[in-house]
Design a protein around this ligand. Structure first.
Ligand SMILES: [Zn+2]
Length: 519
């Protein structure tokens, strides 16, 4: 399940999704004509900054097709295929690993330079936010597959994993902001028998993806309409303008106000029902048009850099054995910075290397993985890990690798993706003194290597982290006692992309051969 297909399958079934489907696509036949149109558009964009603080841009699925996410109503769109009974179009990437298109990144720069005052999108793929477009200047009218919102305080959480529901269902997670407020309230208030705050339920989060009959988010809709009224230019990029009320918002710009009316420009391969209202129609791919606009405005399309976060935690415990001995274990866990129970779809494998000086790691005898769900030991599947590198150069080191790419079923994401909820490895000591020695140190250096899932642009990252300083003290947890824990969240760069001009014909004309001697 990938790209927009997964999202489409989660929507309620509709035989007839409305609007027209699969109408033919056109491209400007005459390149000179296309260039003139881009000249005109660039000029209108310049004027909009001077006259009304920038344009309003309205984006649809057409701005994401160049990166491998199918649209809905194009000749190869999701709804078009459904109506024909044809196989669903192939997505070449998942929404979780998709990289913003040139158009997404151009819009970030245009907003930075004051050419865009507001962005209205019907896309749910999170790519505007991932590209770095500020949330306060963006209306996500149909929601976002990666966002969830608190029903009590309205705080929005944007995740690195896709929601599994649509239609504002509970996601099973609760609001950190509300929990923090509650904690402060409780620690501030004198403990009295009247304090009942602790008994009120945690604030629950809901997904933020509209199903067919859901109402658009009212505040974002209001802002989209207000900005569209106030600007002198609305630019539609890659939308067939068929879903009401979103498709009517750009028309606010061309309604007459105080004797003046603004302009509408539509860049789309298919004809739209609003073409008659547009003062300029461009039949070309949005990346081609936006690359041309950027060049004319003397701007560069910024590089895309994605950072993801992973939490690495260590936990030292004492477990009583049947024979009366007590064994010590060090558990290493790498997982979602959004909480241990969440999937990490961009991460495939974690390997941790503890570099010790002296003999405190001498007694580490074995490693095994715990099943993330059942907590059962699953040693056989990971026999190879017992061959983990054990070096004896400068002190001792031991390198277990935790491979999450197995065939366990991972709920709640359960879509067969490569990620477990988290990666966990356990080091066991035959001798308690080895870990006591660990505890005595202020910190021990640990090297963490990450392998990213298929589709993520950068495949590896590694960093050093410290185990310690430890905290927790000894706590009796029934079958074992917790001695100490330490945990830290790390930010890693997982994707990086530069944007080349997509059409050679649009580059500067080549110099004549005699002026351009071969190197
Ligand atoms: Zn809240």
């Amino acid at each position: 399940m990938a790209g927009s297909i997964g999202y489409a399958e989660r929507l309620s079934w509709r035989d007839d999704v409305g609007g027209t489907l699969g109408t033919p696509e056109f491209q400007e036949a005459d390149d000179a004509e296309l260039q003139r149109k881009i000249d005109t558009l660039a000029e209108l964009i310049r004027e909009s900054r001077a006259e009304s603080g920038g344009m309003v841009v309205h984006t649809g699925a057409g701005i994401s097709t160049s990166i491998g996410i199918p649209d809905f109503r194009g000749p190869n769109g999701v709804w078009t295929a459904q109506k024909r009974g044809a196989p669903m179009p192939e997505a070449t990437c998942t929404l979780g690993t998709a990289v913003p298109s040139l158009t997404h990144m151009a819009l970030v720069e245009l907003r930075e330079r004051g050419y865009v005052r507001y962005l209205v999108s019907c896309n749910v793929d999170c790519l505007h936010l991932r590209s770095g477009f500020p949330r306060e200047d963006l209306a996500e009218l149909h929601g976002n597959c990666f966002a969830e919102r608190c029903e009590r305080c309205d705080a929005e959480y944007v995740r690195d994993f896709e929601m599994q529901t649509v239609g504002f269902e509970y996601t099973g997670r609760t609001c950190d902001a509300c929990a923090e407020k509650k904690r402060k309230r409780e620690s501030g208030a004198r403990r009295s028998s009247r304090a009942s705050a602790s008994r009120c339920a945690a604030a629950r989060l809901r997904d933020q993806v509209l199903d067919w009959d859901d109402a658009l988010p009212p505040e974002e809709l209001r802002r989209a309409e207000k900005h569209s009224k106030e600007t002198c230019l609305s630019l539609v990029l890659g939308s067939s303008l068929q879903i009401a009320p979103s498709c009517d918002i750009p028309l606010e710009t061309v309604k007459k106000k105080k004797g003046k009316k603004g302009k509408l420009v539509i860049v789309n391969l298919q004809a739209t029902p609003k073409d008659g209202k547009a003062s300029l129609l461009v039949r070309a791919r949005t990346d081609v048009v936006m690359a041309g606009v950027m060049r004319r405005l003397g701007l560069r399309v910024p590089e895309y850099v994605r950072r993801d976060r992973v939490t690495v935690g260590f936990r030292l415990a004492a477990i009583p054995e049947p024979n009366g001995d007590v064994s010590r274990t060090l558990t290493v866990r790498a997982g979602s910075s959004h909480g241990w129970d969440n999937p990490v779809p961009w991460l495939e494998r974690v390997s941790v290397k503890i570099c010790g000086e002296g003999d405190h790691l001498d007694q580490i005898a074995s490693i095994e993985l715990l099943d993330a769900q059942t907590r059962a030991r699953i040693p056989q599947r990971y026999d190879a890990l017992n061959d983990g590198r054990y070096e004896d150069r400068r002190g001792r080191s031991y390198e277990p690798a935790f491979d999450g790419n197995d065939d366990r079923e991972h709920e709640p994401n359960g879509d067969g993706g490569p990620s477990g909820p988290f990666f966990e490895g356990r080091l066991e000591a035959l001798n308690a003194s080895s870990f006591d020695a660990l505890l005595e140190r202020k910190k021990t250096r640990v090297r963490v290597e990450l392998t990213f899932a298929a589709g993520v642009m950068i495949r590896h990252a590694e960093f050093w982290t410290d185990i310690g300083p430890w905290s927790g003290g000894v706590r009796d947890l029934g079958d074992h006692s917790l001695i100490a824990t330490t945990q830290r969240t790390h930010s890693v760069i997982t994707s990086r992309r530069r944007y080349e001009d997509p059409v050679p014909a649009l580059r500067q004309p080549q110099r004549k051969k005699e002026n351009n001697p071969a190197p």
